[in-house]
Write a protein that binds this ligand. Structure first.
Ligand SMILES: Cc1ncc(C[n+]2csc(CCOP(=O)(O)OP(=O)(O)O)c2C)c(N)n1
Length: 642
């Protein structure tokens, strides 16, 4: 259902329609845009607080700059709802994040206004700098390139790498720092303190006034603005010397801080900055959830992506179940880690900016010195964990599967080559759902199973997750231990069972069968169980093995399987290339077995967003897909060679 936009917003079909608006109309447009986001997200869900916080910035950007000629690059992209709505996607915005609908993040193939596809953080400055230097090379000197990055995303190493590079370029780059003191959880680290200091310090406020006086004059001087800036730059620099500015030290002109919610002031500032060549940064102070009472009054973390809610009362809708429900895997992780840490004082939890998302916040609350949020810094999280392990501590480094991609070299170079016993818990493994391809945990089985000194495990249910974690914290001198589990609920309501040590590399037989064996890894195995049960009702006995470990893979069990079955299906919630099924095929080739092996998993293509079950269905490894594959194999006439 299309939500009715406000009167003025209804007239905006592209940024061109914003150009002629006067000051009062800009304010009105902001109000209507904000309301439209509230109306939509309250009904359809999605990210919330971040987009509300940049409404004025978004309107000002599209009023002042000439997108898509000018390149506007959003960092992470979860805050770009306003941008989407103003750039021709208002009437499809109710499809945001739904299967077949528009993406929740900027996406190049969705719109020419989405200058760069995002989802992972801290990429915007690099991308915009690349564009800016390309424009220089291609002699598009008038083209503007704007990166909008949050204070959370600025904690990511890539952002610093890009600042370091930008400072020695003379490209036309404007970085807008959207400082709301929040990541998903409260932002952490020394940089956060620094930004607060800059915002509140008297010296800086004095400097700010000077800069704004200067900017006030700039508009009048038009083309000569650049010259004026240069003339008084030395004066500013001498002020800066009294209290060095991080960004100025890196050779970026620093402006601000400004109130990011004053749209007309933002317009004036951006118009001025347009005339200043070279790399520069505008520090904007904003409030996450701005303009929606319950979000401003409540926890910004809750309102980051609250799900659907009653927009009048601010009550977030919660599903009411008649019967007790299995917990989310992330909560089993969070509670189990705390439980283990209470008994084992060597355990340390590490999260790169996902305390709530990973449920490590439970341990942080009880043991603040033993659970550490390192900021959006996956690479650092991994090497930091490696450092802890060298000293005999037992790190549990929890990183979403797709974010772990960031830290691949650290896993190889700092953990595996040195054979350090670091534990990795990969949340959101498999399809992430509505967040889409940037967040799908599609590749981890493949990218981890090829590494020496790496154990790759995946639990089929919550009890197994607990036992894997328990096993991982037992004294071990070597080998990294990775445990992958999906987003969402497990399958067992009574999950808090006494711990049992697992034998590393041992799978299990769940049921025997006549002709076909289904081999699974992880939670997705529950679909296979359902298939076996369904077919049993038709008197078809299908064998099911849950391998538990992709590496080391249970060779004894595989011998048993290949000796008994010549029709095999492998199922994994991960990319089909190089994954679990490939491991089974390698085993088959290495031991010269001969069987028909049908591999089910994520195909070699970008799978878009949607509910997890919709994507499993699309990729043919939901219950229907596995059943279909099983029935097809049953019909095949395969000679049994062993
Ligand atoms: C590499 C990576 N790690 C973690 C995340 C998860 N994540 C999404 S938004 C976000 C917080 C971003 O904070 P900030 O940049 O300040 O933006 P805000 O939400 O405050 O507007 C995080 C950690 C991500 N998108 N990418």
């Amino acid at each position: 259902m299309l939500i009715t936009p406000g009167k003025l917003l209804a007239t905006i079909t592209s940024p061109a329609d914003l150009k002629g608006l006067d000051a009062a109309q800009l304010v009105q447009l902001c109000d209507e845009l904000r309301q439209f986001i509230i109306d939509n997200v309250s009904i359809y869900g999605g990210h919330f607080g971040a987009s509300l916080g940049v409404v004025e910035m978004t309107v000002a950007l599209h009023h002042v700059f000439n997108a898509p000629y000018d390149q506007i690059v959003w960092d992470v992209g979860h805050q770009a709802y306003g941008h989407k709505i103003l750039t021709g996607r208002r009437d499809v915005f109710h499809t945001n994040r739904f299967y077949g609908g528009i993406s929740g993040f900027p996406k190049r193939k969705e719109s020419e206004y989405d200058a760069f596809g995002v989802g992972h953080s801290s990429t915007s400055i690099s991308a915009a700098l690349g564009m800016a230097m390309a424009s220089q090379y291609l002699k598009n000197e008038d083209r503007q390139h704007i990166a909008i990055i949050g204070d959370g995303a600025l904690t990511g190493g890539m952002a610093f790498e890009a600042l370091n590079h930008a400072g020695v370029s003379d490209s036309n780059l404007l970085i807008i720092l959207n400082d709301n003191c929040m990541s998903i959880d409260p932002n952490v680290g020394a940089l956060k303190d620094y930004l607060t200091d800059v915002t509140t310090s008297k010296a800086y406020n004095k400097l700010k006034d000077e800069v704004w006086n200067l900017l006030g004059k700039l508009s009048k001087f038009g083309k000569n603005a650049q010259e004026i800036v240069s003339k008084i730059e030395n004066g500013i620099k001498s002020t800066l010397l009294t209290q060095s500015n991080l960004f100025e030290s890196l050779n970026l002109r620093y402006f601000g801080p400004v109130d990011g919610h004053d749209v007309n002031h933002m317009v004036a500032v951006l118009n001025d900055l347009k005339n200043i060549k070279g790399p520069k940064i505008l520090h904007c102070v904003t409030v996450k959830g701005k303009g929606y009472g319950p979000a401003e009054a409540g926890s910004a973390t809750t309102w980051h992506a609250p799900g659907t809610f009653d927009k009048i009362t601010g009550e977030i809708h919660k599903k009411i179940h008649e019967t007790p429900q299995p917990p989310k895997y992330q909560d089993v992780f969070g509670l189990t880690l705390l439980e283990l840490a209470q008994k084992n004082d060597k355990i340390i939890g590490i999260t790169p900016a996902m305390p709530s998302g990973s449920s490590m916040n439970k341990m942080m609350k009880e043991m603040p010195d033993r659970a550490i949020d390192v900021g959006i810094a996956e690479q650092h999280a991994v090497t930091f964990s490696a450092g802890l392990a060298t000293q005999g501590l037992i790190p549990f480094c929890n990183i979403y599967s797709s974010f772990m991609q960031r830290a691949y070299d650290q896993v190889i170079h700092d953990v595996c080559i040195q054979n350090l016993p670091v534990n990795f818990c990969l949340d959101r493994a498999g399809f992430a759902g509505a967040d889409g391809p940037t967040h799908h945990g599609a590749y981890d089985i493949t990218y981890f199973r090829c590494l020496p000194n790496m154990i790759v495990a995946a639990p089929m249910n919550e009890v197994e997750l607990r036992n894997m974690m328990y096993t991982a914290q037992l004294p071990r001198k070597e080998k990294a231990f990775s445990i992958r589990y999906p987003r969402g609920q497990g399958v067992i309501t009574e999950w808090k069972m006494p711990f049992e040590k697992m034998e590393i590399g041992k799978g299990r037989k769940l049921r025997g069968g006549d002709e076909v064996a289904i081999l699974t890894i992880g939670h997705i195995g529950n679909y296979a169980s359902a298939v076996c049960e369904r077919l049993e009702l038709r008197n078809i006995a299908i064998a099911h093995y849950d391998l538990r470990f992709v590496k080391p893979i249970d060779e004894e069990l595989l011998h048993e399987i290949f000796l008994a079955y010549s029709k095999i299906i492998t199922v994994e919630d991960g990319c089909i290339q190089g994954g679990f099924g490939s491991a089974v095929l390698e085993f088959m080739a290495d031991h010269q077995y001969n069987a028909v092996v049908k591999r089910l998993g994520i195909p070699d293509q970008v799978v878009e967003h949607g509910e997890q079950h919709e994507l499993h269905h699309e990729c043919n490894f939901d219950v229907a897909g596995i059943e279909q594959a099983t029935l097809s194999l049953l019909e095949l006439n395969v000679p049994k060679l062993h």
